[in-house]
Ligand binder design. Structure first.
Ligand SMILES: Nc1nc2c(c(=O)[nH]1)N[C@H]1C(S)=C(S)[C@@H](COP(=O)(O)OP(=O)(O)OC[C@H]3O[C@@H](n4cnc5c(=O)[nH]c(N)nc54)[C@H](O)[C@@H]3O)O[C@H]1N2
Ligand SMILES: Nc1nc2c(c(=O)[nH]1)N[C@H]1C(S)=C(S)[C@@H](COP(=O)(O)OP(=O)(O)OC[C@H]3O[C@@H](n4cnc5c(=O)[nH]c(N)nc54)[C@H](O)[C@@H]3O)O[C@H]1N2
Ligand code: SF4
Ligand SMILES: [Mo]
Length: 712
């Protein structure tokens, strides 16, 4: 992308200076890696063979993709916008900023934030914490936002990710974390993978899942519109039309009830609402579902029988389920299946939303959400709030704050005047970017903290350079709730500082400007002290300490005391809400559907070699392997439009347009085109729809209507 990394000239026979055990910074699998360092550079990445969760395995990103750490375009000094105060704010590139000292940048940032708090109250500030940063970074961030800025307006990319799974599982069982562990995967007997392109997005987990099929003869049911690699290992592949999951999974439930394949004992002991739920399934016949989804009725029957009659069966899912205006219903449909069959609470079963970012589980666990403190303790529960008020010595706001997309809306309406964005790239990751840009232009103040000048940085007023995972200590929590260490291996570039240290320094300055005594406490010498404070306030973490992680490699929460072994799988005896709720559903169509003007469905998602907005992977060797954006289009559609692989095509929606190269393939079904959202030069989110799921407030990234034409 911009410049190349120049490594020192060392012969491979020279031993490295040291190797440091840490956690991969990319996905939620949380692979353990050893960074081999020579002359301050990470020269090689290997995987220890003797530790969970990856047992020696790594994917291409973990092995070859961490070179972004040494990229010449890393942010190294604080930057201040030259035309500070000009409204509306323009997007400016790096030359629109000047370098500043830490003192100047932090003082100015504190002054701007304090001004807004004084004039409009803390709720006029919206904040975004980071699933790429550590638990400790995020704990301190939410403490600053709540205790000093005085608002609960804090959210992060989980909102654009598994928000619907969280809303659904919180409602049906009372906890949204993945119920079972990675270690169980290779022993699976039967499992459903739906809306998860596992080989590209959770590659190391996919190796264990495939091992279960290849070595143990496990039966795999893939439910996905796209011919992803997992379909090659599937016993059954249900290829539904995008956006029709409630129909397919409810029809499976219909078969299970009609054929008496449900688990009576489990339903009686552990669930509620069976009678009403069973009655609600009446219209969901497989034949009806075939008409809606295109999946043959007999295939739905076969899948229902295979899942229900297995001794143990698990469900794994990803964004195909969650990122929909009916995402909550989709995930409830999966929860209904598990509760109906009793496939939960034992090894090899469970409801398993595969978490995406390296620390998206941890960022939520650490309180990076508008409605909860660390450990999902509700901000509107007076007893909980009193506990945090005592611990932090402040009065805390009692109402839940706004979610990501609600903050964007509030900024549009002038209720929010400033954003503080740490380690996110909303101007690549939010839907309908034209609208997001318009909102950024209206704000009074944008504080931005990242390791790179990403595509959101041009809208910043002040840019604070942070350290990357390789330069800091802390913890990440992976998809199966395993808290693992992140360890400093190399020195930060220039004057970059750890996120938690930047926030502490800023917090003290804002407190001073607001004339409040420093009572909340932002004096830490090491992230271990931050973890200890968070654990002391968060019952499920109380048995986890840095010393213990050092000895055991990682600990699965909940772990309420030092002698507790940790919890690789959940819900053996009961659900956090007591009984599991079986919930009647209705099928509803997507928010936008193809018509004459926009005849194709656009589905967006990921490829193996790239990460989200590309801030990291496009500054890595991985970019040489997959250097440009493409649109996947079915051969029949391509032939009709005269499009061949390599042609440039224009893709238009009601919100914007982009030009990309065509890749003609039958991987996506006829009538659907697929575009990865990693490429700024053709950002898929120019096209996507910002209609939201009413409960989870997640946008529909998997279905919107577009027109496709060849560029002459
Ligand atoms: N290489 C790489 N890996 C990543 C990431 C990355 O950016 N790059 N990001 C990480 C993050 S944050 C996340 S959340 C995960 C996401 O991981 P995934 O959820 O696996 O990623 P997506 O590419 O969004 O793919 C979702 C799948 O949903 C399917 N799908 C589309 N429409 C529907 C539908 O209507 N119903 C169903 N059931 N399925 C549908 C698609 O065909 C695709 O197979 O990946 C993580 N891992
Ligand atoms: N069209 C479409 N859009 C989507 C999706 C989709 O499937 N389709 N998926 C959605 C999903 S599931 C997600 S999770 C979001 C992801 O959306 P984002 O979280 O906005 O995307 P990232 O590119 O991962 O942004 C991470 C930023 O953190 C920075 N960073 C990395 N490490 C550190 C650190 O240690 N400290 C700090 N301060 N910064 C750091 C990186 O440089 C980068 O700028 O995108 C969503 N958007
Ligand atoms: S599977 Fe995920 S955690 Fe493991 S190496 Fe690949 S990107 Fe990193
Ligand atoms: Mo995600």
């Amino acid at each position: 992308m911009q410049g190349t990394i120049i490594y020192p000239d060392v012969s491979s026979s020279i031993p490295v200076d040291h190797a440091v055990r840490t956690t991969c910074p990319y996905c939620g699998v949380g692979c353990q890696v050893d960074l081999h360092v020579k002359d301050g550079y990470i020269m090689e990445v290997t995987a220890p063979w003797d530790t969970a969760p990856n047992w020696g395995r790594l994917c291409v990103k973990g092995r070859f993709g961490v070179d972004f750490v040494h990229h010449p375009s890393r942010l190294t000094r604080p930057l201040i916008r030259k035309d500070l105060g000009r409204k509306p704010r323009r997007a400016v590139e790096l030359d629109g900023f000047r370098e500043a000292s830490w003192d100047e940048a932090l003082d100015l940032a504190a002054e701007k934030l304090a001004e807004i708090v004084k004039a409009y109250g803390g709720d006029a500030i919206g904040t975004f914490c980071s699933a790429k940063a550590t638990n400790e970074d995020n704990y301190v961030f939410q403490k600053f936002v709540r205790a000093v800025l005085g608002t609960n307006n804090i959210d992060h990319c989980a909102r654009l990710c598994h928000a619907a799974s969280v809303a659904a599982l919180s409602y049906t069982i009372g906890s949204a974390a993945m119920s079972n562990s990675v270690a169980e995967m290779k022993h699976l007997e039967c499992f459903i993978v739906t809306g998860s392109n596992t080989t590209e997005t959770h590659p190391v987990i996919s190796t264990f899942l495939r091992e279960a099929v290849v070595k143990n003869g496990a039966r795999l049911i893939v439910v996905d519109p796209r011919e992803i690699e997992m379909t090659r290992f599937a016993t059954l592949w249900l290829r539904q039309k995008p956006g029709t999951d409630v129909a397919v999974f409810s029809a499976m439930a219909h078969v299970i009830v009609k054929e008496g394949l449900y688990n009576k004992a489990f339903i009686e002991a552990r669930t509620e609402g069976f009678e009403a739920y069973a009655a609600s399934l009446e219209p969901f016949t497989p034949e009806w579902a075939e008409e809606i989804s295109g999946v043959p009725a007999d295939l739905i029957r076969e899948a229902a029988r295979m899942y229900a009659t297995a001794r143990a069966a698990a469900i794994y899912w990803g964004m195909g389920i969650s990122q929909s205006v009916h995402g909550t219903d989709n995930a409830i449909a999966l929860s209904n299946l598990a509760l109906l069959t009793g496939h939960i609470g034992r090894p090899g079963t469970g409801l398993n939303p595969l978490r995406g970012q390296n620390n998206v589980q941890g960022c939520s666990d650490s309180g990076g959400l508008p409605n909860v403190f660390p450990g999902y303790q509700r901000v509107d529960d007076p007893a909980v709030r009193a506990k945090f008020e005592r611990a932090w010595g402040v009065t805390l706001p009692p109402e839940p704050g706004l979610t990501t997309m609600e903050m964007v809306e509030a900024a549009d309406e002038g209720r929010i005047r400033a954003f503080y964005i740490m380690g996110e790239d909303p101007l690549m990751s939010e839907p309908n970017l034209r609208h997001s840009r318009h909102v950024m232009e209206q704000l009074d103040f944008v504080l931005f903290q990242d390791i790179f000048f990403n595509r959101t940085a041009p809208y910043a007023d002040i840019i604070l350079p942070a350290t990357s995972f390789a330069e800091k200590d802390g913890t990440f929590t992976n998809t199966d709730r395993r808290v693992q260490r992140v360890r400093r291996a190399v020195s930060p570039p220039g004057e970059a500082r750890d996120d938690w240290a930047i926030i502490c320094n800023l917090a003290k300055r804002v407190e001073a400007k607001l004339g409040r005594a420093t009572s909340a406490g932002f004096d830490y010498n090491h992230p271990a002290e931050i973890w200890a404070e968070m654990a002391s306030l968060t019952p499920p973490f109380q048995g986890i300490s840095y010393e213990r992680i050092e000895r055991e490699g990682g600990v699965h929460w909940p772990c309420p005391s030092p002698d507790h072994p940790g919890s690789p799988y959940l819900f053996a005896e009961s659900f956090p809400r007591g009984k599991g709720r079986l919930v009647p559903l209705q099928f509803r169509p997507p928010a936008e559907w193809p018509d004459e003007a926009y005849p194709f469905i656009l589905s967006t998602g990921r490829v193996l070699y790239h990460w989200h907005g590309g801030a990291l992977t496009r500054r890595s060797r991985l970019d040489d392997i997959y250097p440009e954006p493409t649109v996947e289009i079915h051969p029949a559609d391509a032939a009709r439009l005269g499009i061949r692989t390599g042609d440039r095509v224009r893709v238009r929606s009601r919100r914007g347009e982009i030009v990309v190269k065509a890749r003609v393939t039958a991987r996506s079904p006829r009538g659907t085109v697929f575009i990865p959202f990693h490429f700024a030069e053709a950002a898929a989110n120019e096209l996507t729809n910002d209609a939201l799921d009413p409960t989870a407030k997640i946008p529909d990234y998997k279905v919107c209507a577009v027109a496709v034409e060849k560029v002459a």
